[in-house]
Write a protein that binds this ligand. Structure first.
Ligand code: UD1
Ligand code: CA
Length: 454
């Protein structure tokens, strides 16, 4: 069976009050539409087509890497009209599943159940009972409980408005019949739109039994219309991610104050303090502890390492048993070895720091190869940029760099070399020797502090 998925994403999203098309607003760091595309792929869809409209090419451009075809619906004439635009690109498909770009949390599991349960019929849909069904299309059933049709809120009679079973909008249908039904729906209704929901009435008129299933959780079929609803779904989604993480053996001190906007893999007994943000792909080794207020993006942190409060780590690797922060910043291509200490107000970029080296206070290390067991004194910086080009600093094993040293790259400091505090090192410093640049200290015996006149 070849399953084609049509994702409707042509809505204006007026209530978002945004220049960004609604389906591009992020949930857990990814556009709403990306979540729906992922669900469609997880289903094993043979083809996916997105119907876009509002916002011009911004939607297909942003999601250019998605494995789908894009069809523009230039006039928004209704959900039935929208699906019809996608039908030519669904040629050869056996069944068509309709999803929505602004209903991001639909689970592939639920969709699989819809597809499987409706296997024997030409039409299946996801419905749900709501205490307050207002705004939704209502599922009208006959006395025996068989679905007859769907009536939209605006077209419903007083009695129909009392129906609590609503249409979530997600339907699956035989492709050939869907094509046929879509040709036959009209727009003679209060909104003057071509309603996709009218295919249900057309199907039952042909004695086709409509299969309905319900979602596991209402949030799966909840649409995003404004930023309040977006935030609600974000919280729900984050809660679920955090619950999974905790059940897998991670301590999260406050499940409400961890946001995973990407993928977080934790080995055993990791502890995460409050206000942690995860972006991209992050892996934390066993017994890693992350302090409060940290941002970790695309990084790998080795077992037993502790990251203290207010540290930012991006596109970097940290070995095992290291201590990072508080207030440390590891920038792209920082590679920190086992048992290193990177202390407060230290910034590391595109540098390799070998095992056991300490950079504890107020330093900038950029474009540097730092050996093992090096001590970098407080306030030391690499001057890696001459205004036009970046240059390399190399520091050998066991070197000791005195406080407030400026290492003017390209420059090399040999193994076991010592640099006197306050030096400006612009020539290579030989191994095992003391190098320093320092004006001699003077004392002016005759000097007196200026005084205010009496
Ligand atoms: C639709 C259903 C309703 C259901 C509800 C669930 C119809 C006629 N009604 O109503 O039964 O209870 O969803 O939320 O289908 N869209 C397009 N192009 C269009 C029109 C809509 O892409 O021409 C997209 C919108 O961007 C949106 C989705 O289709 O994502 C639903 O459209 P909307 O007008 O919001 O439908 P509802 O009135 O909510
Ligand atoms: Ca509408």
């Amino acid at each position: 069976m070849k399953l084609g998925v049509v994702i409707l994403a042509a809505g204006k999203g007026t209530r978002m009050r945004s220049a960004l098309p609604k389906v591009l607003h992020p949930l857990a760091g990814r556009p709403l539409l990306r979540h729906v595309l992922d669900a469609a792929e997880a289903l094993g869809a043979a083809r996916i087509c997105c119907v876009y409209g509002h916002g011009g090419d911004q939607v297909p451009n942003t999601l250019a890497d998605a494995n789908c075809t894009w069809v523009e619906q230039s006039e928004r004439l209704g959900t039935g009209h929208a699906v019809l635009q996608a039908m030519p690109s669904m040629a050869g498909m056996d069944r068509i599943l309709v999803l929505y770009g602004d209903v991001p949390l639909i689970e592939a599991e639920t969709l699989n159940r819809l597809v499987a349960d409706s296997n024997g019929s030409a039409l299946g849909l996801i419905s749900m009972r709501l205490d307050d069904p207002s705004g939704y299309g209502r599922i009208v059933r006959d006395k025996r409980g068989h679905v007859l049709r769907i009536v939209e809120q605006k077209d419903a009679s007083e009695a129909e408005l009392g129906i609590q079973e609503i249409n979530t909008g997600i339907i699956v249908a035989d492709a050939t019949r869907m094509n046929d039904w879509l040709q036959h729906i009209g727009n003679d209704n209060v909104q003057g739109e071509y309603y996709l929901t009218d295919v249900i009435g057309l199907a039952t008129a042909q004695d086709i039994e409509v299969v309905t299933i319900q979602p596991e959780a209402p949030q799966e079929v909840a649409g995003v219309n404004d930023r309040l609803q977006l935030a609600e779904l974000e919280r729900y989604h984050q809660r679920r991610l955090v619950e999974t993480l905790m059940l897998q053996g991670t301590t999260v001190l406050d499940p409400a104050r961890l946001d995973i906007r990407g993928t977080l893999i934790c080995e055993r007994d990791v502890t995460l303090d409050v206000n942690l943000i995860i972006e991209g792909r992050v892996r934390l080794g066993a017994n890693v502890r992350i302090g409060p207020n940290c941002l970790l993006k695309d990084c790998d942190i080795g077992a037993g390492t502790e990251v203290f409060a207010n540290s930012v780590i991006e596109d970097a690797q940290v070995g095992a048993g290291a201590r990072i922060g508080p207030f440390a910043r590891l920038r792209p291509q920082a590679q920190i070895g086992d048992h290193c200490h990177i202390g407060n107000f230290v910034e590391v970029k595109k540098s390799r720091i070998a095992e056991g080296t300490k950079v504890n206070h107020l330093s900038y290390i950029g474009d540097t190869e730092l050996g093992r067991q090096v001590n970098i004194g407080a306030g030391t910086i690499t001057c890696n940029y001459d205004g036009a080009n970046k240059h390399q600093t190399i520091i050998g094993d066991g070197a000791f760099i005195g406080s407030n040293t400026a290492l003017v790259a390209p420059v090399e400091v040999g193994e076991q070399a010592t640099i006197g505090a306050g030096s400006v090192i612009s020539r290579d410093a030989p191994a095992g020797k003391l190098s320093l640049t320092r004006a001699p200290q003077q004392t002016i015996d005759t000097w007196q502090r200026p005084r205010k006149p009496d």
